[in-house]
Design a protein. Structure first.
Lengths: 300, 264
């Protein structure tokens, strides 16, 4: 079974990917904008935070800058789509590819180690709790704050306008909503959250690497879909909680799968397991419904 | 007041499918008028409405709403002056949002949207009052998702949303055409009630000549992207469908061959 350290490690990574899932919820679900920029904005956030921390910046300021960098990347994708009429999926792929070069430029080399540097986690290690619980505590606080802020935003006039933009753009325009501006704002905020996740990930793992973004979109989607299978996203707050729960369940499932010796799985099987989990998460709710229908039909 | 002058619009210019939809359309609607617009398929009714709303921009001509030239403005910048109900009952509302959220979106039509709570408590009395005038019991279902409502109910709410805040003109695009006859009659009755009570200026496109004469204060017929006749007041009183057809044939030397116009 899972050791205590492996368990907390999975929860810690799950909390970080919960932020990614928030971003993907915003683009895929709220705006109906399939955005793959995240594979580039995640390492961008990590790169910006790592470089600034190495420069001696305050780690929170460095993390904030990573959020802004992520937002800028998202805005580029959305502007390519809204202003230049490039298909949304293609626009995001273009930005993602461009970010690979930009990330190398930002770091000046393929990776930066943060060992021994002061990160957002450093002051928390002096607390009287176990070493491996510190990141879980801090990231839980971060994600709760992010959840509350996002929830309030979605309930605001601008947030409601954004939800209407994704759900029914023609109706939104007829209500005087600048749908283009809403898409740019939404995709920017989405990638800002992913940039935050990247910055926190680099600080908890002690390194930023130009390849660390590969597959972030799939993991984020897995968390989103998995969460929705567990918690029906009938309201905004439920949908946001589902993102966090989904991300943690996903990381725990991966940890269990890799730790279960009788399965014979190894680290290199990670992507295969991810694909299987996403498939199960998509298929299982349907199976459950049809099973319920079969079991209850006789009464009718 | 809304005035369109010499609107011209050709779809697919320079292609084999070139289609001149508007060919010098001019129409002025005065404050408080309720104009019904008829015409066969391809007459330019929907294009005209889309041009007024801003969904399609015209090639030439001018559109002035309340002394503001809006010809080049996109839909969302006209929305404060132009309210609209679509033909598709599902198009005017967001099914994933609740009734109160939809109404809260509409109450800010054309206004600045900030970071304050969208669904405000002070709106609720107004929402309940207007919903109860529909007699559908929706005033007790403010939190329900729009998607739970039937097409007719959603069209009734769309109508309410379009009239929550003042506008220079209300555009109705065959908004009863997709409903069953009984529901269509209900929505039409509701339309005239709202327009009369709030003294709205409205433009209603319809496929049915009968409907065009029964409601409103003025009837305009479009043909091949132009206004072929325009009747109001005494001339319009007591007019029947066959009179309209005669009028049309006399003006154009044409016979109406679109069955749906006759049957509707």
């Amino acid at each position: 079974m899972l050791s205590e350290i492996a368990f907390y490690g999975a929860v810690e990574t799950g909390l970080i990917y919960g932020l990614v899932a928030f971003g993907i919820y915003l683009s895929f679900r709220v705006l109906d904008f399939p955005d793959l920029t995240v594979d580039g904005s995640f390492p961008l956030g990590a790169a910006v935070a790592a470089v600034l921390i190495m420069e001696g910046w305050n780690p929170w300021l460095a993390t904030g800058s990573a959020v802004l960098a992520g937002m800028a990347a998202g805005a580029v994708t959305a502007i390519l789509n809204v202003k230049l009429n490039i298909l949304n999926l293609l626009a995001s792929i273009l930005t993602m590819i461009a970010l690979y070069s930009i990330n190398l430029r930002v770091m000046g080399r393929p990776n930066i180690a943060l060992l021994g540097e002061e990160t957002v986690l450093t002051p928390w290690y002096s607390l009287d709790i176990a070493y491996h619980q510190v990141p879980v505590l801090l990231f839980a606080i971060v994600i709760i704050v992010a959840l509350i802020l996002l929830w309030r935003f979605m309930k605001s006039e601008t947030g409601l306008a954004m939800r209407a933009t994704g759900a029914n753009a023609r109706m939104a325009r007829a209500q005087g909503i600048a749908t283009g501006a809403m898409i740019i704002l939404g995709v920017a905020v989405s990638n800002g959250l992913v940039g935050l996740a990247g910055a926190l990930f680099a600080q908890s793992q002690g390194a930023a690497d130009v390849t660390m973004g590969v597959g972030v979109i799939v993991i984020g989607l897995a968390s989103l879909i998995g969460g929705e299978a567990v918690i029906t996203p009938s309201t905004v707050v439920r949908a946001l909680i589902a993102c966090v729960v989904g991300a943690i369940i996903y990381r725990l499932a991966i940890a269990f799968a890799l730790n279960a010796d009788f399965l014979g799985l190894q680290a290199q099987d990670l992507n295969l397991i991810t694909a299987v989990l996403v498939t199960l998460a998509i298929v299982l709710p349907g199976v459950r419904t049809s099973l319920v229908n079969k079991l209850t039909r006789k009464k009718a | 007041m809304i005035s369109a002058t010499d609107l011209r619009l050709t779809f697919g210019k320079g292609t084999p499918l070139e289609n001149p939809a508007l060919r010098g359309m001019s129409l002025t609607v005065n404050q408080g008028e309720f104009v019904t617009v008829i015409g066969s398929n391809g007459a330019g009714k929907s294009t005209f409405l889309n041009a007024l709303a801003g969904e399609t921009l015209v090639d030439s001509g001018t559109i002035v709403v309340d002394n503001v030239n809006v010809t080049k403005l996109p839909t969302h910048k006209r929305a404060g002056r132009v309210a609209r109900v679509f033909q598709d009952p599902l198009a005017g509302t967001c099914e994933g949002l609740s009734i109160e959220e939809n109404l809260s979106l509409a109450i800010k039509r054309g206004q600045f949207r900030g970071l304050g709570t969208a669904v405000k408590k002070q709106y609720m009395d107004k929402f309940r009052e207007s919903l109860s005038s529909l007699n559908l019991g929706l005033e007790n279902r403010l939190g329900d998702k729009m998607g739970l409502l039937s097409g007719g109910q959603r069209q009734a709410v769309s109508l309410l949303m379009a009239s929550l805040t003042p506008s220079a003109i209300l555009l109705l695009d065959e908004h009863t055409a997709a409903l069953d006859p009984k529901t269509a009659a209900f929505v039409l009755e509701l339309t005239t009630k709202i327009i009369n009570e709030q003294k709205l200026t409205a433009l209603m496109v319809t496929h049915s000549m009968k409907q065009a004469l029964e409601v409103g204060t003025r009837t305009v017929m479009l043909h091949q992207g132009q206004v072929v006749f325009d009747i109001a007041g005494k001339d319009r009183e007591g007019l029947e469908v066959k009179d309209l057809l005669e009028l049309f044939e006399k003006q154009r030397g044409l016979t109406v061959d679109d069955d749906s116009l006759l049957l509707g």
